[in-house]
Design a protein around this ligand. Structure first.
Ligand code: EPZ
Length: 425
């Protein structure tokens, strides 16, 4: 299993191009199942999760052609099966979003239940309730969700009990081919949902209101192929901004959409960073200063993203002052706390969903272990300022969501080395 070796102390500086968004790419890849025509997707990030989704599409019978720039052509003309197997779904929960497109186009589908994961139980009850509201018959047996809608799905009004990104995406895709109009209320407003809706509209769907909590979808008989460029990854962008800020450094990000990062940029300014933005770039300069501690609470978009909580907590760990961090989206997203404390941080858990971070002046290197994708990068953030060399184990988590992490960090002047090899224990 690969490990990362990071020698702390370098002040990050330089320019970085932001990759395409993993969390937009995955549902957009699933959307290719909605049409028999070829779809050409660009700006896909080179990540394990994207490869898993391509593998799943291939396993269903879609033709997948990838070129060296990760531009992908997918043609789901005739599928060979309508079953997404456990072996693939268990490695990536996001594959559950193939259920909506399969059900809408073929009137039947079987997708393995994804199960819980490190950050929480993450049930899919809302997805299932919405499919039932669209007229599908849903059964759960032997670990598989089976959906049947032999007469096709029917437009309806559906209100989610909570904001769910994957639920909104799954239902949005299903509704594009339903008969009549579907109104989704309490829909997720995340930019990745908007990117998916834009792609679906480019395929001939009639979606309005995406980006608000009420989305209206007028069903159409068929969708056609198109070329679509996936949006920039706001979580990757925010993560590198935090990494630069913690080292007192300065960074210019290109190929980024600053309008998707308002909550994070506000927090970085509160922490003492100078931040400037243009149409597709962001510059952050920390001027060598130690960050100030800032409180934060995660919330659905446009609130502060749960996917950047861990990284910001690591910044607060060395900030001047104490801060309170509250996680409202997932019930178990503080596993990084223990690991960051191994580096000499002073973070207390105040119940399952909040942490009090007492900023310390110095962290010191220690071996640590990555527990999930974003938590893993919080260890990188901490290691960048720790005295000495930190060894981060189990970085396969990082490779699921951060493209060429050691190259990007090295480009900014960090001392990072990947050690490939077997886990020793
Ligand atoms: C998406 O997960 C992202 N994943 C997550 O990013 C992100 O953290 C999350 O949205 C929240 O922003 C992808 O887009 C691939 P949810 P998703 O459905 O869709 C509960 C990362 O690091 N819920 O919005 O699975 C659920 O348990 C990942 O890149 C139900 O109870 O998240 C959670 O507490 C991690 N029933 C909350 O809602 C349901 O049917 C939000 O989950 C669905 C969700």
């Amino acid at each position: 299993m690969d490990k990362l070796l990071i020698q702390g102390g370098a002040r990050l500086a330089g320019t970085l191009r932001v990759s395409g968004a993993k969390n937009a790419a995955l549902p957009i890849l699933a959307a290719t199942l909605l049409t028999e025509e070829p779809m050409v997707l660009s700006n896909l990030p080179h990540l394990h999760d994207v490869t898993t989704m391509l593998e799943l599409l291939g396993c269903l019978g879609a033709e997948v052609v990838v070129d060296e720039t990760m531009e992908v052509e997918i043609t789901a003309r005739q599928l060979t099966q309508l079953r997404a197997p456990y072996e693939l779904v268990k490695t990536m929960r996001a594959s559950f979003v193939v259920l909506g497109p399969l059900l809408a186009r073929f009137g039947e589908a079987e997708v393995s239940l994804p199960g819980g994961c490190a950050i929480g139980a993450r049930p899919v009850d809302q997805h299932l309730k919405a499919f039932e509201a669209l007229g599908a018959e849903i059964t759960v047996e032997n670990g598989y969700v089976r959906g049947l809608a032999p007469q096709g799905l029917k437009g309806t009004e559906f209100c989610f009990d909570m904001v769910t990104v994957g639920g909104t995406e799954n239902v949005l895709m299903a509704a594009t081919l339903a008969a009549g109009t579907t109104r989704i209320c309490n829909a997720a407003r995340e930019p990745e949902v908007v990117d998916l809706a834009n792609c679906l509209n480019a395929m001939g769907a009639r979606i309005r209101g995406h980006g608000t909590a009420e989305i209206e979808v007028e069903g159409v008989k068929r969708l056609h192929g198109c070329s679509y460029r996936v949006m920039p990854d706001r979580v990757e962008a925010g993560t590198y901004l935090i990494a630069a800020a913690v080292t007192g450094g300065s960074v210019r990000l290109t190929s980024v959409d600053p309008s998707t990062l308002v909550a994070v940029l506000d927090k970085l300014r509160e922490s003492g960073a100078e931040v400037r933005c243009g149409g597709d770039w962001i510059e952050l300069d920390m001027r060598g200063l130690r960050p100030r501690a800032v409180d934060l609470e995660t919330a659905p978009y446009p609130g502060f993203p749960t996917d950047m909580q861990a990284q910001y907590l690591a910044l607060n760990a060395v900030a001047d002052g104490s801060s309170h961090i509250s996680e409202t989206i997932f019930e178990n997203r503080f596993m990084h706390v223990q690991e960051i404390n191994r580096l000499g941080a002073n973070i207390e858990l105040a119940g399952p969903s909040s942490a009090i971070v007492h900023g310390v002046e110095k962290l010191r290197a220690a071996p640590v272990m990555a527990t999930d994708l974003r938590a893993s990068f919080s260890l990188v953030v901490a290691a960048l300022v720790a005295e000495g060399t930190t060894l981060i184990d189990r970085i396969y988590h990082i490779d699921r969501g951060y493209e060429t992490i050691e190259e990007k960090l090295t480009q900014l002047g960090a001392n990072v080395q990947r050690i490939s090899g077997q886990e020793t224990g």
